[in-house]
Design a protein around this ligand. Structure first.
Ligand SMILES: NC(=O)c1ccc[n+]([C@@H]2O[C@H](COP(=O)([O-])OP(=O)(O)OC[C@H]3O[C@@H](n4cnc5c(N)ncnc54)[C@H](OP(=O)(O)O)[C@@H]3O)[C@@H](O)[C@H]2O)c1
Length: 309
């Protein structure tokens, strides 16, 4: 594979941070963070804003990877314009620029594009029906990417965790050290997926795509579900975290008996979540001959990384 020039946007997020390591062997990596360009300041024009155009064109990327997003799911309900800018418009502009430059674009999306009413795991072609501003704007971002740039990869993932950044596992560890008792939602089902797994699979898929001719007509460009194997719910996930954290010697205040399951309906939040977040990964595994590890191994890795400091 020829050495690539990769522009990574959102390099300080959970996935972005892991991508810095995973993408480094593929070529020259240029990171664009909020410090260089605050995406929230871009005008909401149809044309690509000058500030973004300059940053991207000056890099001359062969690959653009967009790990930036507005990920505050509940806050998005009261900041729909900002969520729309970050999650829908920016990906569309990046896709336009990638197409103009002959680059390919990697983008990330979410299980929240679905409404969660399907009885089984969702496949890529299932009808979307987002229930929140976050889900709707992420879906619009997917559509804008697919419309503007044929050579795109969109990875839908769920329940991201890593030692870097904010996530459910880190919130549980903090609360478990502060509180005697906790109630945790038990009727939302999905797969905790590490940022490191997402980044490693991204690098593997990109390597495969860029090794061959991979023309714009190559049917392997497109949308894939990328989550760890297996499934759980938030309550069982938290129990797993506490059991292993206790074994590792974390100073937990909460006892196993003092963690209680509750229903989503009894935990009011601003944004509606899908009860079924299960994503079928057959297309990704078969197309790229990949194996995806069990979610528990990712949780173990993040706990160990946090313990090691
Ligand atoms: N987290 C999840 O559970 C989850 C689940 C499903 C899908 N996803 C998707 O996976 C992708 C990566 O998520 P993540 O968990 O890595 O998100 P994250 O940790 O919240 O990172 C988001 C990144 O976007 C950047 N960003 C946000 N607003 C910005 C702005 N105004 N200007 C410039 N940069 C800005 C952040 O910069 P700063 O570091 O400066 O804040 C950060 O680098 C996203 O597409 C997300 O929708 C995430």
């Amino acid at each position: 594979m020829a050495r690539q020039k990769i522009l990574l946007i959102g390099a300080n997020g959970q996935v972005g941070h892991a991508l810095q390591t995973a993408l480094a062997p593929l070529g020259e990596l240029v990171c664009l963070t909020r410090a260089q360009l605050d995406l929230a300041t871009l005008p909401t024009s149809d044309a690509v804003p000058e500030a973004l155009l300059e940053q991207v064109q000056s890099c001359h990327p062969t690959v653009i990877v967009n790990a930036s997003a507005y990920t505050a799911v509940d806050r998005a309900e009261s900041e729909p314009q900002l969520a729309d800018l970050l999650n829908a418009r920016v990906p569309g502009w990046l896709a336009t620029l990638a197409d103009q430059l002959g680059a390919c674009l990697v983008h990330y999306s979410t299980d929240y594009v679905f409404d969660g009413t399907k009885p089984g795991p969702y496949v890529e072609s299932d009808p979307t029906h987002p229930q929140s501003v976050y889900g709707r704007t992420k879906l619009q971002g997917e559509q804008a990417v697919a419309f503007a740039c044929s050579r795109h990869l969109i990875f839908r993932t769920s329940w991201v965790l890593s030692a870097q950044g904010a996530n459910f596992l880190k919130t549980m560890l903090k609360l478990g050290q502060e509180r005697d008792a906790l109630t945790i939602v038990s009727d939302q089902v999905g797969a905790p997926t590490t940022a490191e797994l997402i980044a490693e699979v991204t690098a593997q898929v990109l390597t495969t795509m860029l090794n061959g001719p991979a023309s714009a007509q190559d049917p392997r460009w497109g949308t894939y579900h990328l989550v760890a194997s297996g499934e759980t719910n938030w309550f069982a996930y938290a129990q797993y975290v506490f059991k292993n954290a206790r074994a590792q010697g974390w100073p937990l205040k909460v006892t196993a008996d003092a963690i209680k399951p509750i229903a989503t309906a009894d935990y009011p939040v601003a944004a509606r979540r899908p009860l079924n977040s299960r994503l079928d990964t057959t297309k990704l595994r078969q197309t790229f001959e990949l194996e995806l590890p069990a979610w528990q191994s990712g949780v173990d890795q993040v706990l160990s990384a946090l313990k090691a400091g």
